[in-house]
Design a protein around this ligand. Structure first.
Ligand code: AMP
Length: 589
């Protein structure tokens, strides 16, 4: 990859050396209204993903870029860059061109990251397919955005990807690789499979890496010159609780800048080693993790295909990681594992907890037991690339544990009531975000896009509240709020309270229909390992401590909560199951 003729100073400041983010860059609400605007430092950069990688390579080439202990992979930025160009050339040799959509259906593997950069190198739009998707979801996603190629793992956990693909497209068996014509997947031409032996109708990933020759390599600079930061470069499916998943479409500009600002706030540098156990198919892995690390020349450590507390702790210790990301339940699992077998994590400094409400208790333990003195919380959503709020590493501990921090640079955020009016500071309402990070739209869905983005404001569906300094707390989902006998109950509040019970490991609170009160409160609780806990003990714990109408009528102790693989509790599933259980137990609901 040729090095752009840019001044070193420019690149250094891009790479975050212009100084870490400062709290003074964030504004507080004015006139007591819930509207904040992020600072203007560091500046936005009008760059593509290949330019971001090029900057890291030119400054930090010999340093370690990526480590995948389970795959025996350890590459410097130089080596990684060469591998990216090789795979990009292979894609060109297959006939893929700028703007084509190419899916990736795989757990966290080295090849995922390689594909991320190789597709961006030639302007292919990477389509993240959730590794947990099954037949109908896969069919929907591939057809919705007209994927021309798919990079797929063979199998993962209970999913046999190749078997599912052959069910959807039996034509694979008899086609020439790259010339698929399948009735149910009419746009798909090529399937590229990771690892293992060559199979009929499929390209082996390693073969694609060797397909490109000098002819393709020579085309790379010209293609590079055609790429623009505003081009769509990534589609991620976000699942609502109703309807089909929507393909949030993000540009280079969206995610390059968000990644930079996320790792600015944790003061990441080329001396850091970031452990990424969060999934790559989600923004948390591929934007905040991968692009965030590359924007600083830090090393990325991938502990395994899917999150495993033991493997993550082992990688943290063996690779001397200084930072780690996770959703709250991952941290809970790591803390429990640490209690069983202590590890030396003294080199850990920082990290990010995000993706779902982060219990205050867990934050405290992470700071203490995992040595993450500078841990931060992020809040965001895929549609905003993703992050819009984050704490600073030196915010007071209570603010860092109890809020999602302050607004990111270059963004405006307001909190509005049902009529769209900005609410006073201290009052809850729906959080809306505007600025560079707002997605281009939902692929092929102008109406759903227009519903979500109005006058440039992304309506998040999250309930939030600001304090006078601009710290934001996420207090629930707009539609999660329980109304019990006319009283509004915010599940988050009850969850935080139950979390203070010493035997509670995880808890989710939601409403179920009730004849008398309209809705009744229900709590599903996971006890700490080895602890014996029952509904009576929990009820007694609440009595006299929280208002009677907030005390769950139904408690259910359970081994594990239904979660998405990004660690988002699936309350709608809990609610459905609970309603069934109550019905069969003959209780009025
Ligand atoms: P996704 O698009 O998968 O990233 O999901 C975004 C949603 O996750 C948001 O709309 C919030 O409901 C939730 N979320 C993300 N971060 C946080 C956080 N720190 N606290 C509470 N909820 C969060």
């Amino acid at each position: 990859m040729s090095i752009l003729n840019e001044s070193l100073a420019g690149r250094l400041s891009d790479i975050g050396r212009s100084g870490a983010a400062h709290a003074s860059d964030s504004t507080a609400p004015e006139d007591n209204l819930s509207y904040v605007r992020g600072g203007v430092h560091p500046p936005l950069r009008y760059k593509t993903i290949p330019q971001l990688l090029r900057d890291a390579v030119s400054l930090f080439g010999p340093r370690e870029a990526i480590v995948c202990p389970q795959q025996g992979i350890r590459l410097s930025y130089y080596e990684f860059d060469r591998a990216v160009d090789e795979l990009a050339s292979g894609f060109l040799a297959m006939g893929l061109t700028k703007g084509d959509r190419i899916g990736i259906w795989s757990p966290n593997r080295y090849e995922w990251v390689l594909t991320q950069f190789a597709t961006a190198r030639i302007g292919l739009v990477l389509v993240n397919i959730n590794p947990a998707y099954r037949l109908s979801e896969l069919e929907y996603a591939l057809n919705k955005v007209a994927c021309k190629a798919l990079v797929t793992a063979r199998a993962f956990k209970t999913s046999n990807y190749l078997e599912m693909l052959r069910t959807l497209a039996p034509e694979i068996e008899s086609c020439e690789p790259g010339r698929l014509q399948a009735a149910r997947l009419p746009h798909l031409r090529a399937v590229i499979v990771l690892g293992g032996a060559e199979e009929p109708g499929l390209f082996g990933f390693d073969r694609v890496r060797t397909l490109g020759g000098p002819a393709q390599q020579l085309r790379l600079p010209a293609i590079d010159a055609e790429l623009g930061p505003d081009d769509a470069i990534n589609i991620q499916f976000t699942s609502g609780t109703t309807g089909h998943p929507k393909g949030a479409t993000l540009s280079h500009y969206n995610i390059v800048n968000n990644a930079r600002f996320v790792t600015d706030r944790i003061a990441l540098t080329e001396n850091d080693r970031l452990c990424i156990p969060v999934p790559l198919y989600h923004c948390f892995g591929m934007v905040m993790g991968v692009l965030g690390a590359v924007s600083k020349g830090a090393a990325m450590v991938f502990p395994g295909e899917a999150f495993d507390p033991l493997a993550t702790l082992a990688a943290l210790e063996a690779e001397r990681c200084t930072a780690v990301y996770g959703v709250p339940t991952m941290f809970v699992a790591m803390l429990e594992e640490l209690d069983r077998s202590p590890r030396n994590l003294t080199q850990l400094r920082t990290g990010i907890m995000a993706g779902a409400p982060c219990p205050v208790e867990v934050m405290h333990r992470v700071m203490d037991r995992m040595h993450m003195r500078e841990v931060t919380i992020c809040y965001g959503m895929t549609e905003t690339s993703p992050v819009s709020f984050q704490s600073f590493t030196d915010d007071p501990v209570d603010k860092r544990c109890e809020t999602v921090g302050r607004v990111h640079p270059h963004l405006e955020v307001k909190i509005v009531d049902d009529d769209g009016r900005i609410v006073p500071v201290g009052v809850r309402g729906e959080l809306c975000t505007r600025g560079y990070s707002v997605m281009k739209g939902y692929w092929g869905e102008p109406e759903r896009t227009a519903e979500a983005i109005r006058d440039g404001w992304m309506h998040t569906g999250d309930l939030a509240v600001f304090d006078e300094q601009g710290f934001c707390s996420i207090v629930g989902r707009v539609k999660d709020m329980i109304i019990r006998g006319g009283e509004n109950v915010y599940p988050r509040e009850v969850e935080e309270f139950l979390f203070t019970h010493p035997k509670v490991s995880e808890v989710q609170v939601f409403g179920v229909p009730d004849d008398r009160y309209g809705e009744e409160i229900c709590a599903w609780v996971v006890a700490k390992p080895g602890a014996s806990l029952d509904a009576d003990e929990l009820r007694a714990f609440c009595n006299g401590q929280i208002a009677h109408f907030k005390i769950p009528r139904h408690f259910k102790l359970i081994d594990a909560l239904p979660m998405t693989i990004t660690g988002k509790p699936q309350k709608f599933i809990m609610r459905e199951r609970m309603v069934e259980m109550l019905k069969s137990a003959g209780q009025a609901t």
